[in-house]
Design a protein around this ligand. Sequence first.
Ligand SMILES: [Zn+2]
Length: 368
Amino acid sequence: MPGDVINVSYNFSYYDAGSSIDTEVIAIANTNKAISIHQAAELANRYIYITNNCYMEEIDLHKGASSTYYSDADIYLKNADLYDWDVIEHEYGHYVADTFDLKMIGVGGSHTLYEDLSVTYGKSHGIGMAWSEGFATFFAINLQRVMNASSMNIPNVGDVYYNDTDDYICKVNIETVTDEITPSNIISKCESNEITVASILFDCADIISPFGDDMVYINNALLWSVLTTNECQTLSECVNSLYNDATVTWDNKAHLGEVLKSLGLSASNLTITYMNPLPPSLSWTNPSGIHTIQVCIYTINGTQLYQSAFLSNGTTSLNLSTNDWSSIVSSGQYIFYVIIKIWNYGIPTSTDPVTGPYYSTFYLGYPI
Ligand SMILES: [Zn+2]
């Protein structure tokens, strides 16, 4: 086992709730690096306690390792990462995922924050790896939010950035999905990208984003319950577990569809053409890839009024029939949610798993 070992368990704590760690003191001595990583992991452990009503088993943090990673209930940290709480708690997030079956077995490997991992590893591995890494990043950023960690005044702790400050420098805004230090590192927005996964999870968890497209809010306890009950191991499983959960409100499901649309995972640019006479026709833009598509129409309270047949790949429009339209308007509603569901296939003729449906939500009224 490389490096000095710091043991973290619930009954061993330097953390005095409400206090802050003096960053100048932290920077003086190696001992304080030990305190830094201990406190980072301790905070993560306390987050699990308030979320899942139990503490994690104790874990050893190895500082001074040759690289930073999680393996088999141990965390290894390079010296350059010992003040990077986002990185430390990302690794702790892998430990949590391992404990609660929130990651596929065997989806390790080298990766960047920016890539479409399905291109690098194939879809099956790529979606599992993107979830594993994205969940870990979400875990770090979100636990700091829930635990009000910004009040401790530790640099880069408690904000919406994934910060790595020393060996590998990045400042990724998980709300906007951009690296603000190196914006030319374009993040691939897709289900096989770890920042996309982290961003969607964070949008679900944070109360309301200042960025306009994020009205979804699923409280910490409910989100945790859906993820762990369903043992989500891909973004697709997560989205569909939320969509199928009766406890998640219809409003939140609809708003999640808006987030998926804004990140390019589902259809966009819906236009509705009101023929005279009605019924109207719909057209939209699909994301890239091979899909099966379905159009559904709901009341604003979530009652389904219409569901199309499955539409073949490349379909970008639908003419509602007179009968369809009569049955929709017989609901007495004048405003609707149109939801376009997209199932993603991998490369044709391959054995890639089908993912989805990822859905878009559009809020529509029609003239009367
Ligand atoms: Zn990781």
